[in-house]
Design a protein around this ligand. Structure first.
Ligand code: MEV
Length: 318
């Protein structure tokens, strides 16, 4: 028997970085993600062509890029009290270190597929908790927003330490996601923001408070279909994140190209910044044109409708 799990990547619509310090942020699952295949085995092995290749958990030489997944599977086995191992293969269509949640979607898919191969369909709260053991290795101080979006899907208002609040859209919205092609390290960007906060404590705290209000306003605007208002909030966040020092010229070039189109209602970097991706909220009829316009300055651009479902599991009998 082979067990499978698919977990989506994510975009953060408002509130990255501030969410680490207690602000409410708005995130959504996207239409790209990671598939994990797992089967019971005497030992535990991980294979990923996109990451570092292979790891055998019975040895001490686990490649750096596979350590988070190894930690997540060890946590699953401890949680289930299982001695048996799993043979796990992971494949993702999310670029690595790009702000689209590739590490969290890999961890969520790995956790759900490994548990299922060992005979257990985990409740979503357990998937989140176990996948967080991988995320802590990647980000050091993660808020948990990426794992929550990947596990639960849809759109979520998320505040660290609380259950996420689902946001139900009345009709689909579409974002263009445009890549700078620049890989970056989330933990280094979190550190940069920490230093900014240390130098500007009261200003930073007021931005945390504003983020909570604006994330809720943005969720409400998306529910009501007021895309102009939601877009203006995205622009505010992009300016604020640039001020914090987490934008780069490749991001600015994409944002500028996007906003020169009247169909682009708002654009911002998404995730930690420093490279990675830009999201652009578009009017329904203009989305393809915006994708084409930004693809001239981006390394890749695609359209994601929202909402998308969270983690899914299935088995294939051999
Ligand atoms: C990373 O996708 C989002 C950050 O806010 C970090 C986190 O919330 O864990 C930069």
């Amino acid at each position: 028997m082979k067990a499978y799990a698919y977990a989506p990547g994510k975009i953060i619509i408002c509130g990255e970085h501030f969410v680490v310090y207690g602000a409410t942020a708005l995130a959504a699952a996207i239409n790209r993600g990671t598939t994990a295949e797992a089967e019971p085995s005497p030992t535990t092995t991980i294979y990923s062509k996109d990451l570092a290749g292979k790891a055998d958990l019975s040895t001490s030489s686990i490649p750096e890029k596979l350590k988070p997944i190894a930690a997540a599977i060890t946590a699953v086995k401890e949680h289930l009290g299982e001695k048996k191992g799993v043979k796990l293969t992971i494949q993702s269509d999310l670029p690595y270190r790009s702000g689209l949640g590739s590490s969290s979607s890999s961890a969520v898919a790995a956790v759900a597929a490994s548990a299922l191969a060992l005979g257990h369909k985990l409740p979503l709260d357990d998937v989140v908790r176990l996948a967080m053991s991988a995320e802590r290795i990647v980000h050091k101080n993660p808020s948990g927003i990426d794992v929550q979006a990947s596990t639960r899907g849809g759109l979520l208002l998320f505040t660290k330490g609380s259950q996420p609040e689902p946001v139900e859209l009345k009709r689909k919205v579409r974002f263009v996601v445009a890549s700078t092609g620049v890989e970056r390290e989330t933990s280094a960007l979190i550190e940069r923001v920490r230093l900014w906060r240390e130098q500007n404590p009261s200003l930073f705290n007021s931005l945390v408070d504003s983020t909570t209000i604006l994330s809720r306003c943005c969720a409400e605007a998306l529910i009501l279909g007021d895309l102009k208002r939601a877009g203006a909030i995205l622009n505010f966040f992009h300016t604020t994140l640039s001020w914090l020092g987490v934008s780069i010229k490749e991001i600015e070039r994409i944002v500028e190209a996007a906003l020169s189109s009247p169909s682009a209602l708002g654009a911002k970097l998404t995730g930690a910044g420093g490279g990675g991706n830009v999201i652009i909220l578009c009017s329904e009829e203009g989305v393809e044109g915006v994708a084409e316009a930004v693809s001239r300055v981006a390394s890749e651009a695609f359209v994601t409708p929202l909402p998308n479902s969270g983690v899914k599991t299935w088995v294939q009998k051999s």
